[in-house]
Design a protein. Sequence first.
Length: 397
Amino acid sequence: MTRAVAAENSLCANGVSLVFLRQRLRRRGWRDAKQRGILLRTMALRVLHVDSGREWRGGQRQVFLLARGQREAGDEPLVAAYPDAPLIKRLRSAGAAAASVRMRADWDIVAARRLRALIRTWKPDLVHAHDARGHAIALAALVGRRHIPLVVTRRVTFVPKGRLKYGKRVARFIAISNAVRDAMRSGGVDPSRVDVVYSGVPTPTAADARDWRSERSWSADHVLLGIVGAMTSEKGIHVLADIANAVRTEVAARVRLVLLGGKATGADQIGQFEAYRAGFVYDPQAAMAGLDVLLHPSSAEGLGTALIDAMALRVPPIAFSVGGIPELVVDGETGVLVPPADNAAFARAIERLVTDSTMRESLAQAGPSRAALFSVDRMISGTRLVYDGILAGRSIG
């Protein structure tokens, strides 16, 4: 018997069945404070997560880590995700509950009906949407079910629009950084309705760093720079050649660049940098650990979990000081931050770290303790505090 089932079948201190108590509190709108407190301390929460992403990116990784952690803690998460998406495959491989919902667009009525059926049959204690499309579809699916709170996580620093989506039907918003919270406030969302819960990454377990020098026949004198993530314009890939060309020629000759993510197309030339496009890798921690410096030229970033991974692996990052990145990287202590959109400054930072091995080592040694502040356990416990605050009686509109 699982901990969740055991909790459902157990009796509270006063002899009241948890199943009965859960149903009773729902009928009363969670207003009975004494029994509500008993229930929250003993019940296994049923959480329906909604994520429409079709690719494996930072947001999907966070949903996976959250659902897996909740399951290990004895709660009952169910993740509604796009059919055959990497997220749903990984969840099922890990033994976590997942349901296929084909979410094609915001306000997708067919998807909302499918999600509504899941809500009706599975009876979650709350619904947690993790992206903009999932947010809209969850709102549609919850029409007429105001007793079920909706939590929405927002991961981007774009100013939100839409009174309906950001109205009081959402019980609480979770922002993954103060920068995201500030953007929501700029969009008219009352900051008192927003909780900041930083994303988390697992403690590295890579025993051996991948030996890129050996694989690519690069010499020990080459300094290995890397980029990790989706190879898209918002991640700064379009400015990478300009940055590379701004690096002094004699320094650029010492650089070798590895791109982890996107398509694996092999050897390439990006500006002055000799590069290798490795594509998606099976063991990203070992691949990152084999780098000397991480480049993160993103122009907009809610937080940037690749930077946490890099610091944890003692790989100092260089990044534009945008979005939530300054909340992660301590400039000059755990990495180097440069002014937004200043490609020349980014190139100068590369020159410093390529030519100064002592500085690289100093930044690398400070990384793990900083990364430890952004753990998966903290992300899970912070999310649970949001849930408990809602179910303990905060208004849900």
